[in-house]
Design a protein around this ligand. Structure first.
Ligand code: SF4
Ligand code: SF4
Length: 378
């Protein structure tokens, strides 16, 4: 299998404010090109695009291409369950997913977003047992889980569930040595348990596609023809035991770039890896919010605050601020039209419960408010 996977969580949308409305014509064109170029792995989830990603997978992929020409991965949304939900709920969700995707079997199926807390939910509902059963019945070919916590938690889950065949990990050159994400430690733990690795967030929610100029120039000097995103994906794909690297592609141009350089990429050389270490140092020097724009927090916000959009703007502004340029207050006001502003946050912390990056969202919103709503400051 070629090592690039089509992540269906950032599909093209006619209006970025409406996550549930997907530009299906463009997705069809992207899917066709992806398959034409010999790639086969597609990754969706129950909650991507307000539940519409699975329908897009059915309409653009499953309904238009032979079943044996692609593989499809889907996920059990552990964090979607309420305390009163019993094991029957996961059976309902699984059946619904098969129906939404228009398939009778998932090639890869994952417990979505396992961390210390959601692992307790999985234990209460015996989700691993349920999915083992589904694998025996032939409704799942390969069983795994996506993971967002520290390496010691991963070690525990893998020790208690050797039936997991693969692990999906957040791996990119910026998080590799980050103590909060522990990319390297998690990767080494998975490999020690003999597991294949699926890489998510290789471009860190787009952050590694838009680099500070100093970092971009450093990489350009080494390879003028490599895009910043391609450096990031090559880094992840170079690791031994990586089965596939997911890229959440949002338009045909990104797909063209990714599918061109991932045809047969040689592993990074020592000097190329060294350039990425230096680039990571430069990027880390600019204070930024480690939001990957997964949008898991958005639906839970009673104030309809566009958390990832504000964080993205805040991050983009950091370089300009360091150069003495003003913050993009007009852009903020446009983003906030018809939605809650950072100052509308009521600190209910429901977003923080959903955040796989474990971000102190309310704290960061305080900084967003300070930067973009100074008129409200005391
Ligand atoms: S803490 Fe603030 S941003 Fe988070 S869900 Fe509650 S109101 Fe929304
Ligand atoms: S704040 Fe957390 S949950 Fe919300 S989009 Fe960012 S990473 Fe995802």
């Amino acid at each position: 299998m070629k090592k690039l996977g089509f992540g269906m969580m950032r599909l093209p949308m006619p209006d970025p404010k409406e996550q549930g409305k997907i530009d299906l014509d463009q997705v069809c064109a992207m899917v066709d090109k992806f398959l034409d170029r010999g790639y086969t792995y597609f990754d969706t989830a129950y909650l991507y695009h307000a539940g519409e990603s699975e329908h897009a997978a059915r309409d653009a992929l499953v309904g238009r291409h032979p079943r044996d020409s692609f593989t499809l991965a889907d996920k059990m949304p552990l964090f979607h369950f309420k305390p009163e939900d019993g094991p029957d709920k996961q059976a309902q969700v699984f059946a619904h997913q098969l129906e939404k995707c228009g398939v009778d079997c998932f090639d890869y199926y994952l417990l979505h977003c396992v961390d210390r807390k959601s692992y307790e939910i999985a234990k209460r509902l015996d989700t691993f047992g349920f999915l083992r059963q589904k694998r025996e019945e032939g409704a799942i070919r390969h069983l795994g889980f996506s993971f967002h916590d520290k390496a010691d938690v991963l070690d525990r889950v893998l020790s208690e569930h050797p039936e997991a065949e693969f692990v999906q990990l957040q791996i990119n050159y910026l998080d590799w040595e980050d103590e909060r994400v522990q990319s390297r430690k998690c990767y080494e733990t998975a490999r020690r348990h003999g597991k294949q690795v699926v890489v998510m967030e290789p471009v860190k929610g787009g952050k590694l596609a838009r680099l500070p100029e100093e970092a971009a120039a450093l990489l350009r000097a080494a390879h003028p023809d490599w895009s910043p995103a391609s450096w990031a994906i090559r880094f992840a794909a170079s690791l031994e035991g990586v089965m596939v690297v997911l890229s959440g592609m949002s338009n045909l141009e990104q797909l063209e770039d990714n599918t061109a350089f991932m045809q047969d990429p040689p592993p990074l050389t020592a000097s190329e890896r060294e350039a990425l270490v230096r680039a990571a140092e430069i990027i880390s020097a600019v204070p930024a919010i480690a939001c990957t724009a997964c949008r898991y927090c958005v639906d839970s916000c009673p104030q309809n605050i566009k958390i990832p959009d504000y964080f993205s703007l805040y991050n983009d502004d950091q370089t300009a601020l360091r150069q003495g340029l003003p913050a993009s207050r007009d852009a903020y006001r446009q983003l906030a039209a018809g939605a809650g502003m950072a100052s509308d946050c009521v600190s209910c912390r429901q977003c923080e419960q959903k955040c796989p990056q474990h971000l102190p969202v309310t704290e960061w919103l305080g900084r967003v408010k300070k930067l973009y709503e100074p008129e409200d400051q005391n």
